[in-house]
Write a protein that binds this ligand. Structure first.
Ligand code: 6PG
Length: 300
């Protein structure tokens, strides 16, 4: 398992424009309790038919992927902030921040209205915020320290709490932001509806801290939950659940490196896996976009 978690540096150039259009998929079927394996295999047969592929872009240079992602985020920020006073953005950890490099450079850094941004974490490791494994620290060093988002709009984990306590605390915070109107709610699902989620994927097909075969894939009630046995270190994390991910207005999957080619092939092509991968369960009610480098797309 550990070998999954080494990252490949890729050299990234636009190969081709978007090729697939966005389709809506039906809501995930409510499932009763099953064993892990039965659950995931059942999900595969329930969900595969209506799976939305979204808008897929493939790049052969890191620079062009990063430029396209910066344009996409900047345009969306302008569009959303013209309509309402907040832009709610969710970050995962991992190599995503390498791909966000252009966003913190000119012309974006001075043209985006950062004062409207409200920043959240899709998942976070239960470590102090100054710990090298903290997703907050990763985001701070690579993004937050370079832009002028008001500190009060940055919603980091309470790192003084246990995993369970931190998940409850984060969900309470989200519920407060819904009540005060900072965060929207999906009319379809009643879960919070973030304007944009920027999501990476692990080589095993995990997203957030939702890992293949784990019972957390089954969570249908909580907004934020916790894991103490993450196969990717560190073991203790909090994570948004699939109902929250799939209530988003926009989801951008940012995936680079040859070690991601198999799950990308399974999710977007005719690749096979014995059971449903978490990446296949990403199916937002809003728009889904894929930003892939040529290595991650090499099996398509
Ligand atoms: O805290 C984490 O570990 C991340 O949030 C995790 O979900 C990450 O986004 C993926 O594992 C992809 O990471 P890489 O892009 O580094 O492979």
């Amino acid at each position: 398992m550990a070998s999954f978690y080494s990252t490949l540096n890729s050299t990234l150039v636009l190969l081709r424009p978007p090729t697939l259009s966005v389709r809506r998929s039906p809501p995930a079927t409510q499932l009763t309790h099953r064993t892990k394996t039965q659950f995931n295999c059942k999900l595969k047969s329930d969900m595969a038919t209506g799976k939305s592929k979204g808008d897929v872009k493939v790049f052969d240079s890191n620079e062009n992927l990063s430029l396209s992602l910066a344009n996409y985020i900047s345009d969306l920020s302008k569009k959303v902030t013209a309509q309402k006073s907040t832009f709610t953005v969710v970050f995962s950890g991992g190599s995503l921040f390498k791909s966000l490099g252009k966003l913190v450079e000119q012309p974006y850094v001075d043209s985006i209205d950062w004062s409207k941004w409200n920043v959240f974490w899709l998942d976070e490791r239960v470590v102090p915020k100054d710990h090298p494994e903290s997703n907050y620290l990763l985001a701070y060093d690579n993004f937050l320290s370079k832009v002028s988002i008001p500190p009060g709009n940055v919603y980091a984990i309470n790192d003084a709490l246990s995993a369970e306590g931190a998940a409850d605390d984060y969900e309470t915070c989200l519920r407060h932001l819904v009540n005060t109107g900072t965060l929207s709610v999906s009319e379809a699902s009643s879960f919070p509806k973030f304007d944009l989620m920027l999501i990476g994927m692990g080589p095993d097909g995990h997203v957030a801290s939702l890992f293949p075969g784990h019972p957390l894939l089954e969570e249908r009630t909580k907004w934020v939950t916790y894991i103490k046995d993450s196969p990717k270190p560190p073991p203790e994390r909090i994570t948004f659940t699939f109902p929250v991910i799939n209530s988003s207005a926009h989801v951008a999957l940012v995936i680079t490196g040859a070690n991601k080619a198999h799950p990308v092939h399974v999710a977007l092509g005719d690749g096979e896996n014995s059971c449903m991968l978490p990446i296949q369960m990403v199916s937002p009610e809003g728009e889904l976009s894929w930003f892939l480098d040529k290595e991650a797309a090499s099996k398509l």
